[in-house]
Design a protein around this ligand. Structure first.
Ligand SMILES: Cc1cc2nc3c(=O)[nH]c(=O)nc-3n(C[C@H](O)[C@H](O)[C@H](O)COP(=O)(O)O)c2cc1C
Length: 225
């Protein structure tokens, strides 16, 4: 198991390289990840913005096999339904089949994952007002992405998952969360079996609009060096 001192140099990685190679890594080794490494990831994650700088996040670091098993069960329950619902598309698209294989692998090996970080938010979800809901989740998901980027730079693999949260009640009970702390994302972390990146994304020109929806913004150069 590499110690924090051994992996720390990874944080000098150029930010663009970290972003371009931070993909969902679901196949993880069972080798332990030390507390210093996890705490450094979370510390960096907390550099994220939040509404009014409220920093409303709480992080539950799960190592206990019983708690992990409960999260694994919730993940498998949701995955078995989700996989069946998407069966038709999955059968036709090779790209989706690759993701499905990896998600299945993670579901089958969840208990072996060395550490699972559950990112939570204080206060219940505001259900009636979409703007408030956007601010609610908008104050927690930037920290999740920072966590994934920090993990990537330190050489860890991770995935943003929400399937284990299909039942808020059971997830809360599993983690011993008070009523006013909401779990928002479950991030399994570990040393990867495969390699990081690159990610595959749509071309930027396809999703960017100038002033009004539908007017394309193109660049003069290809933008990458
Ligand atoms: C809100 C959200 C929920 C997600 N939930 C899950 C999940 O439950 N299980 C999982 O394996 N991946 C989950 N993902 C990860 C996506 O599948 C992944 O980000 C996407 O396939 C892109 O993967 P890539 O970065 O490897 O290209 C989730 C991502 C987001 C943003």
């Amino acid at each position: 198991m590499p110690s924090y001192a051994e992996v720390e140099a990874g944080l000098q990685m150029p930010v663009a390289l970290a972003m371009e190679t931070q993909r969902a890594i679901r196949r993880l080794l069972p080798d332990p990840v030390d507390d210093d490494t996890v705490l450094r990831c979370i510390e960096l994650a907390m550099g994220a913005p939040s509404g009014g700088n409220a920093q409303p996040w709480e992080f539950v670091v799960v190592r206990d096999p019983t708690v992990k098993h409960q999260l694994a069960r919730l993940n498998r329950q949701a995955w078995s339904v989700y996989r069946r619902l998407g069966w038709f598309r999955i059968r036709r698209e090779a790209r989706l089949r690759r993701i499905v294989d990896a998600v299945q692998w993670q579901a089958d090996h969840f208990e072996e994952i060395p550490v699972v970080v559950v990112v939570c938010r204080r206060r219940p979800v505001p259900r009636l007002w979409p703007w408030a809901e956007a601010t609610y989740y908008g104050s927690v998901f930037p920290t999740v992405q920072n966590l994934l980027l920090a993990a990537r730079a330190l050489g860890l693999g991770g995935t943003l998952t929400t399937l284990p949260l299909w039942s808020m009640m059971l997830a809360r009970r599993t983690l011993g969360l008070p009523w006013n702390v909401t779990p928002c994302a479950v991030v399994p972390l570990g040393w990867p079996r495969g390699a990081h990146g690159p990610t595959s994304r749509r071309p930027v020109e396809e999703v960017v609009h100038l002033d009004r929806f539908g007017r394309r913004l193109t660049r003069a150069t290809d933008g990458r060096s």
